[in-house]
Write a protein of this length. Structure first.
Length: 451
């Protein structure tokens, strides 16, 4: 039996619930309502199996930066499949798509981040980073420098190592995480945790937790600190301005490697090619994925500075994935970066979309259900509050308010995500000002209905 887009939604949902195991979903959720089934997409709009046209405020999962339905991406994929659908990059072999993509990323990346170790996802790239950092210090004659510090509520992926780097308690509770040698410090989330401090005082306090942790563990045992320039899945938490300069001072002082996880913030999201540029951070390693290919193919990687790459390359790094530098994924990523350059997508974020989105997004701060609005480039969040004018959170179950609001978004044909009591947007970067108006108008309706 052939299962197609033309089948009734209920039948597709029943088959989906019977056979398809979904990430971050319970059987009960699927049994009760069924998944919303997306059948096609063009530009910034999705179409579901009932024919609704939905504006995508999340770019899929923060990844479809150039929007959906790009013919030239399909052509790049087809060309590459015909020419060389697969070859590996192990044991002294290479191919043109991997070479060209690594060289292009090196051009775009800041400083001397000139070397790329490819993976198929952000999770895989962060698994690479853990082994790479530990092997680097071992090669430098300091194998005891194996501890990696990360942050509560950070998200770095779903592998054993990458979920350990992440600071999601609900993930640590499953599968005996974190793995040894990974420790967490607090997040710079002033709205939820800043108490009576000013944001700047709180930013400094949270940054100095890194120094305290280094001294507690012993500076000669710490190999790296990893963080997202802006915490994404944790709720689009933008650190106070005092935070990153202090973090940079501390990693420089103790000579530990700084890993910027740019899986969301990379490729234009914050109005520069990388979030590190927007926030003036200089990492030794960047994790990339998602926007690298605008989600058209699974590809990610670790972008590594000259010194670390030279040390790692001085020995055989016993690490690699069958699909490291996959030629079709690399060809798609190259076409994506070509589109971004040709159309000036990063400039569009900075000069067109962001100012307009910021105006409309921050105006939602007047809504009686909204406690604060935050936005950097084209990623934003708002906090839902039961008590306007305070930083109060919903007492019973913070997630319920977000869940209800997300449902109302769905009903109004706009995709927004919720993290506990924060509502999030991360739309395709090519969204026009008219489309931003549609997004915010529908979001406003959803908030009105949830209130
Ligand atoms: N790092 C960050 C900052 C992410 O947001 C994500 C995914 O959301 C990952 C890593 C994991 O990437 P993937 O889902 O491609 O494995």
């Amino acid at each position: 039996r052939t299962i197609t887009n033309h089948m009734p939604t209920a039948e597709l949902q029943a088959l989906d619930a019977a056979h398809h195991m979904h990430p971050f979903t319970t059987n009960a959720q699927l049994g009760k309502k069924g998944a919303r089934i997306i059948t096609r997409a063009k530009g910034v709009f999705l179409t579901d199996s009932d024919g609704h046209e939905i504006i995508d405020g999340m770019a899929g999962l923060w990844c479809v930066n150039v929007g959906y339905g790009r013919d030239s991406m399909a052509e790049a994929a087809a060309r590459q499949i015909r020419e060389l659908p697969y070859y590996n990059t192990f044991f002294q072999t290479s191919h043109v798509p991997a070479i060209a993509l690594a060289a292009r990323i090196a051009e775009l990346a800041p400083g001397d981040l000139n070397h790329v170790f490819f993976a198929s996802s952000g999770s895989e790239a962060n698994e690479t980073n853990i082994r790479l950092v530990r092997h680097y210090w071992a090669l430098k004659g300091q194998p005891e420098r194996s501890v990696i510090i990360s942050r509560m509520n950070g998200y770095h992926g779903s592998g054993m190592g990458s979920a350990s780097l992440g600071g999601m308690v609900s993930m640590h509770e499953q599968g005996n995480l974190p793995i040894p040698g990974i420790v967490h410090i607090g997040q710079p989330h002033w709205y939820a945790e800043g108490g009576d401090m000013t944001p700047e005082e709180f930013g400094l306090k949270r940054a100095r937790e890194l120094e305290e942790k280094i001294l507690e563990i012993g500076a000669d045992r710490v190999g790296a600190f990893i963080a997202e320039p802006v915490q994404g899945a944790g709720g689009v938490i933008i650190a106070p301005d005092s935070y990153w300069p202090e973090i940079q001072r501390i990693v420089d002082k103790y000579g530990i490697l700084l890993i910027a996880d740019e899986v969301i913030t990379g490729f234009g999201r914050t109005g520069n090619w990388f979030g590190s540029q927007t926030l003036n951070i200089m990492p030794h390693i960047m994790t990339i994925a998602k926007g690298l290919s605008s989600g058209y193919a699974p590809i990610g990687g670790s972008v590594v500075c000259d010194e670390v790459a030279a040390v790692i390359g001085s020995d055989e790094f016993n690490h690699g994935y069958t699909y490291s530098g996959h030629p079709v994924a690399a060809a798609i990523a190259l076409e994506n970066l070509r589109i971004m350059e040709e159309e000036g997508v990063v400039e569009h974020v900075r000069d067109v979309a962001h100012p307009h989105l910021a105006e409309r997004w921050h105006a939602l701060g007047d809504h009686p259900l909204v406690g604060e609005t935050k936005l950097i480039g084209m990623m934003g969040s708002l906090a839902l509050t039961p008590e306007k004018g305070s930083r109060a959170r919903f007492a019973a179950d913070a997630g319920t308010a977000g869940y209800i609001t997300r449902e109302r978004c769905f009903a109004n044909n706009v995709i927004m995500r919720h993290v506990y009591d924060r509502m999030i947007i991360s739309p395709p970067l090519v969204m026009t000002t008219d489309e931003i108006d549609i997004l915010i108008d529908r979001a406003t309706l959803a908030l009105d209905e949830a209130y």
